[in-house]
Design a binder for this molecule. Structure first.
Ligand code: GDP
Ligand code: MG
Length: 163
């Protein structure tokens, strides 16, 4: 089976880190500065037996806040159009913040399956954020650590179930 997965979410939740893990290489730029991902990137990826194309979505540098929001929204919508399944990523350590709701409102408008991913879940400080993630109304959050490679079996399971 061949399908395309878009990684969606506000800046700095770990989308590019997850993208790199799925792709198996450091293709996307990971940066501590929120919103740093230069381009939208599509690349073949693998999660155990699943092979698919994955789309990373971005923030933009050199943009004022107003146009930034619009461009991120447009890019998110384009990526969702191209995808068969959406991985909606939140930061379990930070909990749900207003930007998460902005992005989840965009995501909810698609009829495509969405898997809610609670990233940065490697420490106990992520417990509260995990619970808050339910509030987004995108179903059960799947705890993962993109950085440490934790939760990948559950993520695979959730993808298979959602497809
Ligand atoms: P993006 O803006 O959503 O693409 O986020 P990035 O992938 O660029 O990551 C933003 C920051 O979160 C970077 O400092 C990453 O190292 C960090 N990060 C990503 N995944 C994890 C994780 O699983 N655990 C922790 N603790 N930090 C992470
Ligand atoms: Mg990024």
């Amino acid at each position: 089976m061949s399908f395309t997965v878009a990684i969606i979410g506000r800046p700095n939740v770990g989308k590019s880190t997850l993208f790199n893990r799925l792709v198996g290489r450091k293709l996307a730029l990971v940066d501590d500065t929120p919103g740093v991902t230069r381009d939208r990137r599509v690349h073949p990826a693998r999660l155990y037996d699943l092979e698919f194309d994955v789309i990373d979505t971005a923030g933009f540098e050199d943009a004022d806040a107003a146009s930034l929001a619009g461009r991120m929204r447009a890019q998110t919508e384009t990526a969702m159009d191209e995808a068969d399944l959406i991985l909606f990523v939140v930061d379990a350590r930070a909990g749900v913040v207003p930007d998460d709701r902005t992005f989840s409102d965009i995501a909810r408008r698609t009829s495509k399956p969405i898997v809610l991913v609670a990233n940065k879940a490697e420490s106990r400080s992520s417990q509260g954020g995990m619970l808050e993630a339910w509030e987004l109304g995108l179903g059960e959050p799947i705890p993962i650590s993109a950085e440490h490679g934790e939760g990948m079996v559950d993520l695979r399971e959730a993808i298979v179930e959602a497809l």
